[in-house]
Design a binder for this molecule. Structure first.
Ligand SMILES: [Zn+2]
Length: 252
């Protein structure tokens, strides 16, 4: 060790000690946690419509699957994201996350797009562009499944709402403020951005346009997962939901 090195040695030791002593203690990893499951309503046939609540600060994040009963992949993606949050609570970023994996339980059981009365819930929301029709309902929010989501949207403040559908294989958004979240999801999930337009009585028209919430419609490429490869198929889309949470935090 030469003279210069001898002089700098104590400084290095001091610097190292300071780094050890002054550094913020590493946050303890959060323990895996199960969501609180509440029923936000009941379907036409009386099945509970569950919301899985991961507590955190508001405005929260709402993720909805299974609005169309013939798209079970949407419910599976939201459930897979819940698994991710259980294993890695930091993925929630400290925010309230509300997951409704099966918004249309009767339709999912029967494998039908609509509910037990044949109403397409995604045309039944009380948006100004609602149009009465046999498959839209005689009036807006005529269906108990629609009302459950409307009440949930009125109960909590949400920074972002994501609805998972299939099989159009794209990421769509209604209000411009949702653009950065949709872009982050498209990049993580490997899907193109595509504007589908606000359909009458859709959740996009109600929450995205009428309530002016950041709403993203995440359209998977297939209605059902490939057999025995569900986790593999869903993995990038679970990442897309994680990316959405991070992108929303960056907008605050
Ligand atoms: Zn759909």
């Amino acid at each position: 060790m030469n003279a210069e090195a001898l002089l700098s040695f104590p400084i290095l030791v001091l610097a190292a000690l300071c780094l050890v002593g002054c550094a913020e203690p590493a946050p303890a990893p959060e323990a895996a946690r199960a969501p609180e499951v509440i029923a936000i309503g009941r379907s036409v046939r009386g099945a509970p419509i569950e919301a899985w609540m991961f507590p955190g600060r508001e405005p929260g994040f709402l993720i909805i699957g299974g609005v169309h009963g013939d798209e079970p992949i949407g419910a599976e993606l939201v459930e897979a994201f819940a698994e991710r949050l259980r294993a890695d609570p930091a993925a929630a970023g400290g925010r309230l996350l509300v997951l409704v994996p099966r918004a249309n339980p009767d339709g999912l059981t029967a494998g039908t797009r609509g509910n037990a009365r044949g109403i397409d819930l995604n045309r039944n929301f009380p948006a100004p562009n609602f149009t009465a029709a046999a498959r839209h309902g005689s009036k807006a929010a005529s269906e108990p499944e629609t009302r459950a989501l409307v009440e949930l949207l009125a109960t909590h403040a949400f920074a972002c709402v994501i609805a998972v559908h299939a099989p159009l294989r794209c990421v769509d958004f209604d209000c411009e403020a949702a653009g950065p979240i949709a872009e982050a999801m498209a990049a993580a999930g490997g899907l193109p951005l595509r504007r589908l337009g606000a359909l009458p009585g859709s959740l996009g028209s109600y929450a995205g346009v009428h309530l002016d919430l950041r709403l993203v419609t995440y359209e998977l490429g297939r209605r059902r997962a490939p057999r025995e490869k569900t986790a593999e198929y869903l993995a990038p889309h679970v990442e897309a939901l994680c990316a959405a949470v991070r992108a929303a935090a960056a907008l605050e």
